[in-house]
Design a protein. Structure first.
Length: 266
């Protein structure tokens, strides 16, 4: 091959490689439906190829997103009220993508002239929650006491065989007469099906019990959820209100257990 032709071919290869590197093509199909968690329990869940749910959004957890070259662009719409009445605005803000694959989403706050400032300025490393699952071999029992000044109390126990005991006391608030009353307590005994008990154990392993604080903050009239969980030789106890995303998922599952079709009531 003549030297001139060789050099031209080499130049084209270099230019093509540089362009490909500069304009990375990210495929979201392998991360759709996946949830990623950071060391500080920030979360990023890819709902579809255009919708995500995350604690790094500026206004609400759920937002539209798109990928442009090496950036994750988040689009959020929200209403507001000012002296002129109701209004509506749309804002875009972006995170630079350092890595994006089925195991890892690594982002950095990336404010540009045409975008609003991101909630986080530094780097955020998210790991697929399935890579963070904690062992639950030797699960003995879980107890949770829930109380809410507006709705009532629930006490839930699940043992090592998937047997469930629920005690529910519902409050009725009459804001006109300011007289409170309650419905007679309901007690439910049941058994989780094999599949449902497996679902529960998977959720428990994803709940990162080692990161469940012993004491959690409470706002005025906040919903209280006190946990006691024994797995092997370890006993996890946690009292208070505020829950991180992974622990909120566990709470939501437990709180609605009385209407779960995987619970066979006796």
């Amino acid at each position: 091959m003549p030297l001139k032709l060789f050099l031209c071919t080499l130049l084209l290869i270099v230019l093509f490689t540089a362009q490909t590197t500069a304009q990375k093509i990210y495929n979201t199909s392998n991360i759709t439906g996946k949830t990623f968690i950071s060391k500080t329990l920030e979360y990023l869940s890819i709902i579809s190829d255009s919708t995500l749910c995350s604690s790094i959004n500026n206004y609400s957890d759920t937002a539209a997103f798109s990928l442009a070259n090496d950036s994750l662009i988040i689009k959020q719409q929200y209403g507001f009220i000012d002296k002129n009445g109701f209004g509506h605005t749309v804002k875009y803000y972006g995170y630079k993508i350092i890595a994006l694959n089925i195991d890892t989403v690594w982002l950095q706050g990336n404010q540009t002239v045409n975008m609003a400032a991101t909630s986080f300025d530094g780097r955020l490393l998210f790991i697929n929650i399935d890579k963070l699952k904690e062992p639950i071999a030797g699960f003995t029992y879980l107890k949770i006491d829930c109380s809410n000044a507006w709705t009532g109390n629930k006490h839930i126990t699940i043992d090592a065989e998937g047997k469930v005991v629920l005690s529910i006391k519902t409050f009725i608030k009459n804001h006109l007469s300011k007289i409170d009353s309650s419905i007679a307590p309901i007690k439910i005994n049941g058994q989780l099906t094999v599949d449902e008990f497996n679902n529960f154990k998977v959720l428990l392993s994803r709940s990162l019990l080692s990161k469940l604080p012993v004491k959690r903050g409470c706002p005025i009239n906040g919903r209280i959820a006190n946990f006691e969980i024994v797995v092997g030789p370890k006993k996890y106890t946690s009292t208070g209100c505020n829950l991180s995303y992974v622990h909120e998922l566990l709470f939501d599952y437990l709180y609605s257990l009385d209407i779960n079709k995987g619970l066979i009531q006796k």
